[in-house]
Design a protein around this ligand. Sequence first.
Ligand SMILES: *[C@@H]1O[C@H](CO)[C@@H](O)[C@H](O)[C@H]1NC(C)=O
Ligand SMILES: *[C@@H]1O[C@H](CO)[C@@H](O)[C@H](O)[C@H]1NC(C)=O
Ligand SMILES: *[C@@H]1O[C@H](CO)[C@@H](O)[C@H](O)[C@H]1NC(C)=O
Length: 350
Amino acid sequence: MNVQTLLFNAMITLLLVFCNYYLFSVADHLEKIRKLPLNSREGPESLAFDCKGKGPYTGVSDGRVLKWGGHRNKVWKDFATTSPNWRKEICNGTDSYTMEPTCGRPLGLKFNNKTCQLYIADAYYGLMVVSPKGGKAKSLVTKAGGVPLRLTNSLDINQETGVVYFTDSSTRDYLQAIFNGDSTGRLIEYNTKTKKSRILLKGMAFANGVALSKSKRYLLVAETGTARILRYWLKGNKATKVELFSKLKGMPDNIKRNKRGEFWVAIVIDSGLLKKCVISNETRDGDHCYGLADTLESSAIKFNEKGKVLKELEDLGGAFQSITELNENVDGTLFLGSLSMPYVGIYEST
Ligand SMILES: *[C@@H]1O[C@H](CO)[C@@H](O)[C@H](O)[C@H]1NC(C)=O
Ligand SMILES: *[C@@H]1O[C@H](CO)[C@@H](O)[C@H](O)[C@H]1NC(C)=O
Ligand SMILES: *[C@@H]1O[C@H](CO)[C@@H](O)[C@H](O)[C@H]1NC(C)=O
């Protein structure tokens, strides 16, 4: 072994030690999860806490929004429904993808803290709102710029002005959108006072999660099809400009900000199977395609405002397949949503 080889080996060793140190300091696994079971109803995609900090609330695959009754009575209670056609005989308890257009699919949820109303992004019924007591949600926006919303996905609210920011993933057909070069996704602003909506960004390859920064100066928006997080400036000299916030290894889903101003991004790592499913045209056979979500690997990343990775969670054991959202409540407890699992997760950090 000559000196050069020795030096080279030493360098590699140092590099590995450094990498390991870095990875272990930010990475963690998701085995430490407590579950709030949903009694066979699947897919608690998004989570929300109300104006008193109670919850979580979640939207499930049969079109209902449920509220966790707390640890004492350990039950999920009916809170709201989105579809005007929701009937308990056909909808209650269904997890069939083919029933979604009839029963609705509440994806994004967020409470307005002043009015205590819940705003809902329903995949099929657009942007909606429901009173603090729940019940049937009312439709607010079903098209923007004259073009109908086809997959309303995620939302956030400016708690001072009440302005709602939401995404319409695609103006075309669901999952096809991600892989068939579709870029018709949009980021939209809805003013609750004037009742007018305005398109902020269009031409996105599957617009997904959206989160308003703590300063309210910008939005982060997930572009799932290109595995990127974008930053859209609302204020300052960059207002209306968009820039890259982070390029990821997997496809981002929802983004949620915690009270410290950091962002949790849920990521689906293995896009391969999903891709196959879409290309083989099995979206028509929706249930089958949905089942694929069970085999996807997931992870999550926490970013600071500069885009630096603060923490990574990996679902190596597959205990929590296809994480869709990570949402911290007022106490800083981290709740996890999922596309396909019959429970909401609580991450017990160490
Ligand atoms: C909403 O109100 C609750 C209760 O007052 C508070 O704990 C929480 O931080 C507020 N959330 C936001 C986003 O302002
Ligand atoms: C749906 O079914 C559950 C039991 O599985 C029941 O507790 C709930 O009240 C039902 N909700 C509606 C609106 O029918
Ligand atoms: C895919 O589905 C569409 C719509 O149902 C159909 O028109 C098309 O022929 C199908 N393509 C393949 C390759 O099966």
